[in-house]
Design a protein around this ligand. Structure first.
Ligand code: 3PG
Length: 213
C-alpha cells in the first residue's frame, strides 16, 4: 500500500506540531483557526468529545482553508461519517476496534490509529496503516519506546500524542520515525474558553521554533 496521508506528512514537514483541541463553543472555531495559522501551524485535530466538535471542524476549515483539520476521538462508524461530511482532512483514534476497522472501508487511508505496543503496530500495518499514533505517548514509553520500535519496525512512522508538552516535544521530533507530535498544551480547553488567541499563537510559534532546531 502506498503511504497514506501524504498531505499531512507534507504539512508536518513545515510545522510538525498538531494541537489537540477540545472546543465547546462553535463561535470559537474561526478565531482559533486564525490563531493557529498566525502561529505558523498547518495542522489541527479537533476532538469529537464536545457536541460542537463536528461543526467546529467545518467552521475552522471555512475560516482557514489552508489549515489541515482532522477529527480526533473517532471511535465509531458514525464518527467517521460525520467527520468526513464536515470536511475533516484526516481521522485520529486512540486505538482500533473490529467495528471501527470495518466501518472505515476505503477511508482507512485517512486514519491515524492509536497503538501502544509492537504487536498493535504490526497489526495496524497488516491492515494498511503506516502512520500510527503512539498513545498515550508518555505512558507507552515515550522517546525510548519510539527508538526501540524503530529498529524492528523501520517502515512505520508515528505521531506520538498524550502527555507531551513544550519541554519534550523537541526530543520526540528529533527521532527519524516521528512525523509530528500531538498535544493539548498549545491550545488548552482553558485557553480556548478564555479566548487567549494571542497566547495560542505565541505557544504555536515557540513550539515550532523548538521543533525546527
Ligand atoms: C488527548 O487524548 O487529549 C490527546 O492525546 C492529548 O493529550 P494531552 O492532553 O496529554 O496532550
Amino acid at each position: 500500500m502506498t503511504f497514506p496521508l501524504s498531505g499531512l506528512v507534507e504539512a508536518a514537514r513545515a510545522a510538525p506540531i498538531v494541537p489537540v483541541l477540545v472546543v465547546d463553543e462553535l463561535r470559537h472555531a474561526a478565531p482559533l483557526a486564525r490563531a493557529l495559522r498566525e502561529g505558523g501551524l498547518t495542522i489541527a485535530e479537533v476532538t469529537l468529545r464536545t457536541p460542537a466538535g463536528v461543526a467546529v471542524i467545518e467552521a475552522m476549515k471555512a475560516a482557514e482553508p489552508d489549515l489541515l483539520v482532522g477529527a480526533g476521538t473517532v471511535l465509531t462508524g458514525a464518527d467517521v461519517e460525520r467527520s468526513l461530511a464536515a470536511g475533516a482532512d484526516f481521522l485520529v483514534s486512540p486505538g482500533m476496534s473490529p467495528g471501527l476497522l470495518a466501518a472505515l472501508g476505503d477511508n482507512r487511508r485517512l486514519m491515524i490509529p492509536g497503538v501502544a505496543t509492537a504487536s498493535e503496530a504490526m497489526s495496524r500495518h497488516e491492515e494498511g496503516f503506516d502512520l500510527l499514533k503512539l498513545f498515550p505517548a508518555s505512558i507507552a514509553g515515550g522517546v525510548p519506546a519510539l527508538k526501540a520500535l524503530a529498529a524492528p519496525l523501520p517502515h512505520l512512522k508515528f505521531m506520538p500524542t498524550g502527555g507531551i508538552g513544550a519541554n519534550d516535544a523537541g526530543s520526540y521530533l528529533a527521532l527519524p520515525n516521528v512525523v509530528a507530535v500531538g498535544g493539548s498544551w498549545i491550545a488548552t480547553g482553558e485557553d480556548v474558553a478564555h479566548m487567549n488567541w494571542a497566547d495560542i499563537s505565541r505557544k504555536s510559534r515557540e513550539a515550532l521554533a523548538a521543533a525546527l532546531v
